[in-house]
Design a protein around this ligand. Structure first.
Ligand code: TPP
Length: 330
């Protein structure tokens, strides 16, 4: 943990508790989504961010409300940090009529322009040029905002990655790209994806800063992201942050990840981002057992409320949805 960071020193106890709350919320939200999937109430892919909580939460926490968030499929918690509410997320996952995509999709592929959240495009890498385009618009309009975009280490190998960064670096666009290196792209381990020392070294080719961080340490993620975001806000251009973590479950709910050695998972389990942060907060007396219980009970009841609300919400009309596949922006 880089405790010397000025940004870290500015965090209050309230911030620490919020980070803890959001990390737990993300994990419990995803558990409830998985349960709904197993009950046959959610169709399509269900992707787990287990192991990625520190990366998703710490990074999004470094944004201000007018910044733009372009998350990937393991960043559900980033939506909550950016202001998305649980009921809306649950409507979206259950494909309900009142969800942001009005039932035309059942995962994070939605946009909420008011909150400046633009969920991932399925085609890996395709989101980076879009994020760079928004960063260009910010620059044209002389606005003071930043775009935070994520890509998996596997997705970072597609051509769009290069095109977007070549463009963003030359124009010094306010874009921060996080490469979530969670060791596997579906069943392909990192050593079969690259022979480079680290993914952040790619930044050298664009003449921009690139840094590799411990993606299981929420405070390190927060402080390094904040530094890159504020640099971008000052007009000094994009950065790449490689956040190293582990995909603790299969690619999606249908995949038992048989190809991941058990010993590797065990090694990473000891670095569980939530347990690690919880221990730090308990040691620092920022958290105690009764506050912990209070937070977990609050999360449980918020999730139950969202599940009940969304389960009882109306389903979309099949005839209407047949013709409106592309999203309408309200
Ligand atoms: C261009 C493209 N190729 C293949 C896929 C199918 N696909 C979806 S996710 C995925 C693995 C992505 O791995 P990574 O980028 O490392 O992210 P992770 O899922 O590990 O977080 C693949 C191959 C896709 N969506 N788009």
């Amino acid at each position: 943990m880089k405790t010397s960071s000025i940004y870290l020193q500015n965090l209050t106890d309230e911030d620490f508790i919020k980070l803890y709350y959001f990390m737990n919320l993300m994990r419990q939200f995803e558990n409830s989504v998985l349960n709904l999937y197993r009950q046959g109430k959610i169709v399509g892919g269900v992707y787990s961010g287990m192991g990625n909580e520190a990366t998703a939460i710490g990074s999004a926490y470094a944004l201000i409300s007018t910044d733009y968030l372009f998350p990937m499929h393991r960043d559900s918690g980033a939506h909550f940090v950016k202001g998305q509410n649980l009921r809306t997320m649950m409507l979206q996952y259950l494909g309900k009529a009142d969800s942001p995509t009005k039932g035309r999709d059942g995962s994070g592929h939605y946009a909420d322009p008011k909150l400046r959240i633009y969920g991932n495009i399925s085609h890996l890498g395709a989101m980076i040029p879009v994020a760079a385009g928004v960063a260009l618009a910010i620059k044209y309009k002389n606005e003071n905002n930043v775009v935070l975009n994520y890509i998996g280490e596997g997705g970072s190998n597609v051509g769009d990655f290069h095109e977007a960064l070549a463009f963003a670096s030359v124009l010094k666009l306010p874009l921060v790209l996080i490469i979530e290196n969670n060791q596997y792209a579906y069943s392909t381990p990192v050593y079969k994806q690259t022979i480079a020392r680290q993914f952040s070294d790619r930044a050298i080719g664009y003449g921009i800063p690139g840094v590799t961080i411990d993606g299981t340490d929420v405070l390190e993620v927060y402080s390094v992201c904040k530094e890159a975001i504020e640099r971008a806000r000052r007009g000094e251009g994009p950065s790449i942050i490689e956040s190293v973590t582990m995909r603790m479950q299969g690619h999606a709910a249908y995949d038992d990840a048989w190809y991941v050695p058990k010993a590797e998972l065990e090694k990473w389990r000891e670095k569980d981002p939530i347990e690690k942060f919880e221990k730090l907060l308990l040691d620092k007396n920022i958290l105690n057992e009764s506050l912990k219980k209070e937070i977990l009970v609050k999360i449980k009841s918020e999730i139950e409320d969202a599940v009940n609300f969304a389960t009882n919400a109306p389903d979309p009309s099949p005839t209407e949805n047949l013709f409106k596949v592309f999203m309408e922006i309200n």
